[in-house]
Design a protein around this ligand. Structure first.
Ligand code: 3UK
Length: 553
């Protein structure tokens, strides 16, 4: 590790961290993005622990006996969550020797104890490293080693894979299980009431690993103030939530989309959150019906799947839906509105920026566009030479605001942050009115016969066809044209995967968008490769096509 060069004027170091690993492995200051705090709500005090803000202050401020976490096994009030958090924090500091700055890995599906552990780690001034339940030993070992994690709190049902990882990552000294594990026993003799560690607002509290479409996952480092900043930007401007709201959704809590939408956003306003360990579209609809949820966070494909099944449920309580993780195709937005009357709030977020930074809601929505920068954030589109592109031109999306990218000891920092702007890797167009229109991941742009084609635009055209359940469009090598547009299509039940359907789909696309963009090749598949966060892995399809082409030659 290269040491960060000294600043000309050394900053006051009021960190509460005894273990300085996370701080010492931040990128050098000159590689940080520019942070902006343009809203009054973003001027936080120098010292702040986000667990105090989101939990203790809510208990003290009149929400103690209000529902906080709702799960099939029962509901915890804010006070009940606080009691568990305080006991776990006591276990961490007294029994397990955790000191401020230590990293603690968390491994569980979305359930109340996972939330309690996250708050306990945070309250103790330590650094939470949440991980997704489906991660395998190899991936867990990489994270354990990269973040130098000595302790893991793990759902008893998910211990096996972590124990396997521990063999490969000797840095992990202890695994303590919960939900029918040792943690509950250790909590039993602890007292309620744990004084939160008085952390600096810019002390590290979270290392969120990206799902890593290519290459090793990156650890994104976030401060206490970053957690508050995401609560004070997107939610008040686009959801306007209140204490009577019940949030629900599918993203794992280890995905920052889920941590915000299902934990910190509701708790910032004293609302409740429905936590479901399994939240496939049908189970999510059932949960909304059973618990009268009002705000839902999930991915575009889940909304699309709900369209066909929503008739079987009573979701009258549902008022607002947020879509993120992937582009929301306009036909999905329209069909969902036609069926439910709800106008989905699309928003682009990223693990590096913690949560959503461009969005639109209500009358400001332009179907098909992501929206405009969330108040507190600025965005622009950059041309190839790095200068701002004029309106109407496709280029690289650049963003800055109160949150931004700080990779844990990673050379890829210099790719994501350029001249103080966060470059998300997305190709976007900004129109005359300042609306941002998603085109593709920059790596996913297809160049065919000299044309630039955005796969997601072709996907949006295909998805409007009745026979198509899901699809992904990539560039495939072609001996004559160099690259052709190829569609992988999952058909709806009952549709025939034959040449006639291929022809029908091709004609359908030609009628809806510029004909040169139509998929010259169509292949029917049973499912699309996806990350655990729900993103289509187009690079896998692209690689498959390259392998096939080279195999042929
Ligand atoms: C893509 C979108 C089009 C885009 C995330 C909300 O997805 C999240 O974080 P990740 O680090 O991925 C970031 C990338 O995902 N993307 C996300 N949302 C949209 N593309 N329209 C969208 N609405 O390529 C972006 O660069 O996994 C989303 C909140 C927190 C998050 N971490």
């Amino acid at each position: 590790m290269k040491a960060a060069p000294r600043q000309a004027a050394p900053e006051v170091d009021d960190s509460a961290h005894v273990d300085r690993f996370a701080r010492d492995n931040l990128p050098p200051r000159e590689q940080w993005p520019v942070f902006t705090f343009d809203l009054p709500a973003l001027r936080y005090p120098r010292r702040m622990n986000c667990a105090t803000e989101l939990l203790d202050k809510m208990v003290a401020g009149g929400h103690a006996d209000r529902p906080c976490l709702i799960a099939p096994a029962g509901t915890w009030t804010y006070r009940e969550l606080q009691r568990r958090v305080d006991r776990i924090a006591a276990v961490l500091t007294r029994d397990l020797g955790i000191v401020p700055g230590n990293r603690v890995l968390l491994r569980a599906a979305n359930n109340p104890m996972m939330v309690a552990c996250w708050f306990a780690v945070t309250k103790a001034g330590a650094v939470a490293v949440p991980t997704m339940p489906l991660l395998r030993a190899g991936e867990l070992a990489y994270i354990l080693d990269k973040a130098q994690v000595g302790l893991a709190l793990c759902d008893a049902r998910l211990e096996k894979e972590l124990a396997e990882a521990a063999k490969r990552a000797p840095v992990l000294e202890h695994i303590v299980t919960f939900n029918g594990g040792q943690l509950e026993d250790l909590m039993a003799d602890k007292a309620d009431g744990f004084a939160a560690v008085d952390t600096a607002a810019d002390d590290v509290c979270l290392i969120a690993f990206t799902s890593g479409t290519t290459g090793q996952p990156k650890g994104t480092v976030h401060f206490h103030r970053d957690i508050m900043a995401i609560c004070d930007t997107f939610p008040p401007h686009h959801l306007n939530p209140g204490p009577d709201d019940i949030f629900c959704g599918s993203p794992p809590l280890a995905f920052t989309f889920g941590l915000g939408g299902l934990v910190t956003f509701p708790m910032r306003v004293g609302a409740a959150s429905l936590l479901l360990e399994k939240a496939s579209p049908d189970l999510l609809l059932q949960g909304i019906q059973d618990h009268r949820a009002t705000i839902c966070f999930t991915a575009p494909t889940a909304y699309r799947a709900m369209i066909d099944m929503v008739d079987r449920y009573d979701i009258a309580s549902l008022a607002k839906c947020v879509s993120a993780g992937e582009a929301l195709p306009k036909p999905t937005w329209q069909a969902f509105r036609d069926k439910t009357g709800i106008e989905i709030i699309d928003g682009i977020g990223a693990t590096e920026l913690l949560h959503i930074f461009i969005s639109a809601s209500g009358a400001d929505i332009r179907p098909g566009a992501t929206g405009r920068p969330v108040p507190g954030y600025q965005a622009c589109v950059l041309a190839d030479d790095g200068s701002p592109a004029p309106a109407g031109q496709v280029g690289r999306l650049a963003v800055r605001g109160p949150t931004g990218c700080r990779y844990l000891a990673d050379e890829r920092q210099a790719d994501y942050v350029v001249d103080g702007w966060n470059l998300t890797g997305d190709a976007y167009l900004m129109d005359e009115d300042g609306y941002f229109w998603y085109k593709a991941r920059t790596d996913d742009m297809i160049i065919s016969a000299g044309y630039n084609i955005a796969g997601p635009e072709v996907e949006a055209a295909l998805i409007a066809h009745d026979a198509v359940k899901e699809c992904a469009v990539v560039g495939a090598p072609d001996p004559e044209r160099g690259t052709i547009v190829k569609a992988f299509v999952v058909l709806r039940d009952g549709a025939a995967g034959d040449d006639e359907t291929i022809k029908a789909l091709q004609d359908f696309v030609k009628q809806r968008i510029a004909p040169y963009k139509y998929p010259r090749a169509v292949e029917f598949v049973d499912a699309l490769p996806r990350t655990e966060t729900g993103k289509v892995q187009r690079f896998k399809l692209r690689t498959l096509e390259i392998e096939r082409a080279t195999g042929r030659s």
